[in-house]
Design a protein around this ligand. Structure first.
Ligand code: SF4
Length: 447
């Protein structure tokens, strides 16, 4: 009998049937997307992967993934995960949570998890606030943040800096990502899971409800941790100049992990790739892979936006986003047909050569709001199509391959038609008056 190996799982296979109830625009949506992409990239299986969390908005993640999950009690995720890894060293154990759960209620466990250096990956969605309990200062909140009724003059204490704390306590891998760059984040998660010992990935993930100013983090983040060091003293020196917005892999140490595993995952040999910039696209198959990804990534993002709108009863906008997702899938099928017999390579998310951190036609999560109107949805779609057009036009201009230039020019022209169509649609939906986003009934994540 000829038994075939099961096909590797795709990112969508790692999402559960449960739709997230996070506020529209919350950074955690993109973190979930980065996580599922990383699991697919590593070729992990559901039965050999486990997610553990504590309490908080971001701690809902185990419910939204299809691997084994344990939604624990507040601050105890690392203790639970350590026990699980000791008992089942064959599992890939990932821990998710927020800054309050991890560094306040779970602060003690965090210190000792770093010190023990058990082979775990800890993804902390840091938004410098307690979101689920409606906006109190957390351990990473700036000392002068005055928006909470509990600390109207600011917490007045120095915030915890997670990477410094983890380095001092002996963590073996330190990285910082941003929810607005899910593909770059996906790479950090892949490398963190592959690296032996305790890995901390601090993710700047805006809470748009209680810290709306964090929507501006997109402008604040920057590359900088491009060449991971294995020397803790050098890592400490780099952190001395850090502004808490530097992204990438800072440190990949060689301290032996606590020996619970008979089979250690191989250490990565290539930690030096930085966030990639557009470097020219001269191969037709590679170009087609990008063209396909433009549409698939856009469809996935529109689906996520539609789900978040449905969760918050904004059906009109949800339906529009669903329609846009269908358009993107239709365009993907057209690209596939164009590829004909060409073998289109499968690219890892961080191998994309976009000029920015996200695929050109992927709507930015932080631009959404649960009270948004069709006008806003169409504006987002229009912006996406313009970016798609610019991307193809840039390839048409810079590629050294004539076939690629020709194809990119055709695609740029098609995107221009989409832009024209959307511009024709837009006047049908009047721009809402100022104050459309004021809700006197106050939003909250469902308990
Ligand atoms: Fe996200 Fe903040 Fe809403 Fe929680 S309260 S789901 S962290 S935006």
């Amino acid at each position: 009998m000829n038994i075939q190996a099961p096909a590797p799982l795709a990112a969508k296979d790692f999402k559960s049937e449960i739709k997230p109830v996070w506020c529209p625009g919350c950074g955690d949506y993109s973190v979930l997307s980065a996580i599922t992409k990383a699991l697919a990239e590593l070729g992990l299986t559901k039965e050999k992967t486990a997610f553990v969390s504590g309490i908080g908005c971001s701690s809902r993640i185990p419910a939204y993934t299809s691997v084994y999950g344990f939604h624990g009690v507040h601050g105890r995720s690392l203790a639970i995960a350590t026990g699980l890894k000791m008992a089942r060293p064959d599992l890939t154990v990932i821990v998710a949570g927020g800054d309050g759960d991890g560094f306040s209620i779970g602060g003690n466990h965090f210190l000792h998890a770093c010190r023990r250096n058990v082979n775990l990956t800890y993804i902390v969605m840091d938004n410098r606030v307690y979101g689920m309990t409606k906006g109190q200062a957390s351990p990473t909140t700036e000392s002068d943040w005055c928006e909470s009724d509990l600390t109207p003059e600011g917490p007045g204490v120095t915030p915890v800096e997670p990477l410094k704390l983890a380095l001092a306590c002996g963590a073996n891998y330190l990285a910082r990502g941003f929810s607005g760059d899910p593909n770059g984040l996906s790479r950090l998660i892949v490398e963190g899971i592959k690296h032996p010992g305790f890995s901390l990935i601090q993710v700047l993930s805006p809470c748009v409800t209680y810290r709306p100013e964090q929507r501006d983090w997109k402008q604040a983040v920057h590359a900088g941790f491009d060449n991971p060091t294995s020397d803790p003293r050098e890592a400490a020196r780099i952190l001395g100049d850090d502004d808490n917005f530097t992204l990438g892999i800072l440190y990949a140490g060689s301290r032996p992990s606590f020996q619970v595993a008979k089979r250690e995952v191989e250490a990565t040999t290539d930690l030096t790739r930085g966030f990639r910039m557009m470097t020219g696209m001269n191969d037709k198959a590679e170009f087609l892979a990008h063209a396909l990804a433009v549409e698939y990534e856009a469809a996935e993002r529109y689906d996520e936006l539609a789900d978040s709108m449905m969760t918050h009863n904004n059906k009109e906008v949800a339906d529009l986003f669903k329609q846009f997702a269908e358009f993107s899938r239709k365009h993907a099928a057209e690209v596939q047909a164009r590829a004909g017999n060409i073998k289109v390579p499968r690219l890892a998310p961080w191998e994309f050569k976009w000029p920015g951190s996200e695929a050109p036609e992927s709507g930015h999560v932080e631009t959404t709001h649960y009270l948004m109107t069709p006008f806003h949805a169409l504006t987002i779609a229009l912006r996406n199509e313009v970016r798609g057009q610019e991307f193809y036009a840039q390839v048409a201009e810079t590629s050294e391959n004539e076939d690629v230039r020709k194809l990119a020019k055709e695609m740029a022209d098609e995107e221009a038609e989409h832009v024209t169509t959307l511009k024709r649609w837009l006047p049908r939906f009047p721009k809402p008056a100022t104050g459309w986003d004021e809700d006197h009934d106050g939003p909250s994540a469902a308990e």
